[in-house]
Design a protein around this ligand. Structure first.
Ligand SMILES: Cc1cc2nc3c(=O)[nH]c(=O)nc-3n(C[C@H](O)[C@H](O)[C@H](O)COP(=O)(O)O)c2cc1C
Length: 390
């Protein structure tokens, strides 16, 4: 089974990720991994930290001569900011180290700070926020890039775009070619396919900058060219919709997920929501009247694009801090402020792509297996032939 783990803290030495279960022979390009890391750092509304870091991946295991060798892949991404934190977060405790700690004793509403100190019995939220930070997603994006390269061998592509920032909405459907074009840009504003909508989104971020506030929004991940038959209806934990939902909500600040047009569907009659079925005799294939289901029925991919949306709450750290309590004195105090992003919807979309790619690669390998890419391709080709001849 394909599985991944990450380690690393926001201001620690580095982020680490391992990915186990990719077949041998998958072509790996460092340039492709680094491009994904770069995309995660973009977007209008990011804070000073992203100016310090230029994330690049060191692959230290599992890839030789530009191909996977079947063993776990291990990736390290170094934190440049670590040089400013060596004394505040040393691995070994030494005399005087306590004085150099950068304590966070006024927990920030919306962060793991308070729940974390209660749970781990800390008198300082520093260790909690170091790991709760979305810096961790750098490691997810690194292994997600490998999942994308694997899926790409089967013609499957996973990309994202932004459909809402604060109250500013994309008010039309986005075409796949437009989303591909967005992903190739070397300058990213808010990663929206519509220039007028993107200008409205930028105005919302500008307002947040002006007022010391923050904003959230909605991104959509689209998985293109996914074959029918990934995931299964047979048990709650094999259903692909549920697995994708967990993957998306696990992203920091994501509070909701939508598959297809779930919210719109909930308010409509069934006759207007379900995607009708047709049959194309010449091409000998089934077609659908629309894709409101987001490519998933009964927890199984149905061959249409998979559409998953993530709903982000506004960033929790505010330049104009909210009411909190000092952990030491229990007196009212304003929440701590640390350099922070104001809006991160495009970056969250890139993280969403990584998570969707990892879940799809996992479901793909469950169905087709294979210790080598050649074997997986043979199994896949046999199944596609079966579907064609159905
Ligand atoms: C790409 C990305 C960057 C983020 N950057 C920040 C940040 O700079 N400051 C901040 O307060 N929260 C930031 N967040 C959000 C926090 O990580 C998140 O609000 C916090 O973990 C609590 O949310 P949760 O309850 O969903 O974990 C970011 C989230 C993402 C996805």
């Amino acid at each position: 089974m394909l599985r991944f783990e990450t380690a690393g803290e926001s201001h620690g030495e580095c982020l680490v990720a391992t990915l186990t279960g990719l077949p041998a022979g998958v072509p790996v390009s460092l340039e492709a991994v680094n491009r994904e890391l770069w995309r995660r750092q973009q977007g209008y509304g990011r804070g000073g930290r992203m100016k310090i870091e230029t994330d690049t991946a060191d692959i230290v295991a599992g890839v030789r001569h530009s191909r996977t060798i079947g063993s776990p892949v291990a990736i390290i991404v170094r934190n440049r900011d670590w040089m400013n934190w060596t004394e505040a977060l040393p691995v070994e405790d030494t005399d005087g180290a306590a004085d150099k700690r950068k304590r966070v004793t006024r927990p920030r509403p919306g962060h793991a700070d308070l729940a974390g100190v209660l749970k781990y019995n800390f008198d300082d939220a520093r260790y909690v926020l170091e790991r709760a930070s979305a810096r961790e997603t750098t490691a997810r994006v690194a292994v997600g890039a490998l999942a994308k390269l694997f899926l790409g061998e089967f013609g499957i592509a996973v990309l994202s775009h932004v459909i809402q920032v604060g109250s500013a909405l994309l008010e039309r459907a986005a075409g796949w070619d437009e989303i591909v074009e967005l992903s190739r840009r070397d300058e990213v504003l808010l990663n929206c396919v519509d220039a007028a909508a993107e200008r409205r989104m930028k105005a919302v971020v500008d307002e947040a900058y002006r007022t010391g506030d923050t904003v959230g929004g909605v991104f959509e991940v689209v998985a293109h060219n996914v074959p029918p038959g990934l995931g299964s209806h047979i048990a709650w934990d094999t259903r692909l919709d549920g697995r994708l939902a967990q993957a998306i909500v696990s992203i920091q600040a994501v509070k909701g997920v939508e598959i297809g047009l779930a919210e719109e569907g909930a308010a409509a009659f069934g006759s207007a929501v379900q995607d009708t079925i047709q049959y194309h005799r010449e091409e000998r294939r089934f077609t659908r009247g629309a894709n409101r289901a987001g490519g998933l029925e009964g927890g199984i991919s149905n061959g249409q694009d998979i559409l998953v949306r993530g709903f982000l709450k506004p960033i929790s750290t505010l330049r104009r801090p909210l009411e909190s309590v000092d952990l030491a004195t229990r007196e009212p105090a304003l929440a701590a402020y640390e350099r922070s992003d104001v809006a991160v919807v495009p970056a969250a979309g890139v993280i969403g792509e990584a998570m969707v790619a990892l879940v799809l690669a996992q479901a793909f390998l469950e169905k087709f297996g294979g210790d080598s890419l050649l074997e997986t391709k043979r199994n896949f080709a046999g199944y596609i032939e079966q579907v064609k001849n159905y």
